[in-house]
Design a binder for this molecule. Structure first.
Ligand SMILES: Nc1ncnc2c1ncn2[C@@H]1O[C@H](COP(=O)(O)OS(=O)(=O)O)[C@@H](OP(=O)(O)O)[C@H]1O
Ligand SMILES: Nc1ncnc2c1ncn2[C@@H]1O[C@H](COP(=O)(O)OP(=O)(O)O)[C@@H](O)[C@H]1O
Length: 181
């Protein structure tokens, strides 16, 4: 099979405003330009459709992550690069997704977008950190809700120390190293 036809799930985990979505779309653009089939499973869109009605309790986040992992696995098994910019705060939910992929023989890469909370809270794309600080929201990942950082991701990106294009290039290099691009 050609590298372009080889599917894979690339999961970008990290705090809100870490840069997961921005980096995923930058990578998607580069992969598409190279002729790969790509889907970005955007967390917000998934929560509007596939995971409508789920909240941010541990159980709901777990359900959300498993559902997304299932869909990404289907896409990846059919030649698509499935890019998943979703927080996935719990190590055991992420491990379950990885295990499902491994059992199916589908390539899976975990990427930690490791922007520190101090930087994320300044970026605050959706105003969530400000709302939490104002007491209008509780259970914000990385602030008053857990984020279990991956102990051994396939790649850790310091998205506060390098630009978006550099991060996308590092991801492309990883895919190439693994025989996926
Ligand atoms: N309480 C709380 N904690 C964390 N995130 C919150 C919360 N409330 C809303 N949001 C926004 O929901 C976006 C999607 O979350 P995810 O589906 O990626 O989260 S999870 O994996 O199910 O935990 C997530 O998107 P990103 O900012 O793109 O990460 C948040 O902006
Ligand atoms: N080096 C960088 N890498 C990624 N995003 C960055 C970087 N520097 C600034 N940003 C900005 O930070 C924000 C990250 O938002 P987003 O990608 O939606 O994060 P997430 O999906 O992790 O919540 C965007 O507005 C993006 O333009």
């Amino acid at each position: 099979m050609s590298l372009r036809g080889q599917g894979a799930t690339i999961w970008l985990t990290g705090l809100p405003s870490a840069g997961k979505t921005t980096i995923a779309y930058a990578l998607a653009e580069r992969l598409r330009a190279d002729g790969h089939r790509v889907e970005v499973l955007d967390g917000d869109e998934i929560r509007e459709f596939l995971s409508a009605g789920l909240g941010f309790s541990r159980a709901d986040r777990d359900t959300n992550v498993r559902r997304i992992g299932y869909v990404a696995g289907l896409l990846a098994a059919n030649g698509v690069k499935a890019l998943v910019p979703v927080i996935a705060p719990y190590a055991d939910s992420r491990a379950a997704v990885r295990e499902r992929h491994q059992k199916a023989g589908t390539p899976y890469l975990e990427v930690h977008v490791a922007t520190p909370v101090e930087v994320c809270s300044v970026r605050d794309v959706k105003g969530l950190y400000a709302k939490q600080a104002a007491g209008e929201l509780t259970g914000l990942t990385g602030v008053d809700d857990p984020y279990e950082a991956p102990a051994a991701p396939d790649l850790r990106i310091a998205a506060h120390e390098q630009g978006v294009h550099e991060s996308a290039a590092a991801l492309l290099a990883l895919l190439s190293e693994r025989g996926l691009a």
